[in-house]
Design a binder for this molecule. Structure first.
Ligand code: 13P
Length: 255
């Protein structure tokens, strides 16, 4: 990884932790996650926990991200959360396009495209997820599939500086399964993602955009991924729920 890209470790809590549990985990993270080691750290709690987590991490270097957003500004959209609502709790990042949203909630590339545009316009950085199923990988179509997700999801998205966008490559077969991609698997796809970003945004911008790996990332395997040229950090699910594990990953990313 060239030194121009700051490593990013982001925790996706998914649908875990009620308000008391979120406060407890946020407090533990503030205490344990190393600060000042050159690694950017983001935690993405459920929507209900955003406000209390924001309060708990306010005096720390840990940044806040959301797990979802709706692209309309306001109105009759029961159950949804707008960009300005995320801004009001100081969320700086928002995960979009996660395979769980695509699979269980039938979100499409067109939905992710609208979310990306709304977030960037609001000054929130999308963590744009992509990744293939086991079937697609076994058919040898993973690179074509993921790069098509990137092209469709980012079509017409105006990115002016590299910190306005983060990509997370999460092979679906490695999420929550304990089965990780090898570092070489991650590099193959992350490299192809960067080449696609070069086509879309040009060399200079694309060389600064962070590309993360996600899928059963943990303290024991993170260093291997980060050693790859186009892997700039991790989007962490299960291990982000344990303060010691998440802190250990941030520490390893700073080495
Ligand atoms: P796990 O780290 O639990 O495999 O989850 C990865 C993920 O989906 C993060 O968004």
């Amino acid at each position: 990884m060239p030194s121009s890209r700051t490593r990013l470790i982001a925790g996706n809590w998914k649908m875990n932790n009620d308000v008391p549990a979120a406060k407890e985990l946020a407090e533990a993270l503030v205490e344990k996650v190393p600060a000042g080691n050159g690694v950017e750290v983001v935690i993405c709690p459920p929507t209900i926990d955003l406000a209390c987590t924001s309060h708990k991490i306010a005096d720390s270097a840990i940044k806040l991200g959301a797990q979802n957003v709706y692209w309309e500004e306001k109105g009759a959209y029961t159950g949804e959360t707008s960009c300005s609502m995320l801004k009001s709790v100081n969320a700086e990042y928002c995960i979009i396009g996660h395979s769980e949203r695509r699979d269980y909630f039938k979100e499409t590339d067109a939905d992710e495209n609208k979310k990306a545009k709304a977030l960037i316009a609001a000054g929130i950085t999308p963590i744009f997820c992509c990744g293939e199923s086991l079937e697609t990988r076994e058919a040898g179509e993973h690179v074509a599939f993921v790069t098509a997700q990137i092209r469709a999801g980012l079509e017409g998205v105006a990115v002016e500086s590299a910190d306005q966008l983060v990509i997370a490559y999460e092979p679906i077969w490695a999420i929550g399964t304990g089965k990780t991609a090898t570092a070489a698997d991650a590099q193959e796809v992350c490299g192809a993602i960067r080449a696609t970003l070069v086509e879309i945004f040009g060399e200079e911008l694309a060389s600064g955009i962070r590309v993360l790996y996600g899928g059963s990332a943990k303290p024991e395997n993170i260093a291997g991924f980060l050693a790859e040229e186009d892997v700039d950090g991790a989007l962490v699910g299960g291990a982000s729920l344990k303060a010691d594990d998440f802190a250990a990953m941030v520490e390893k990313a700073g080495e």
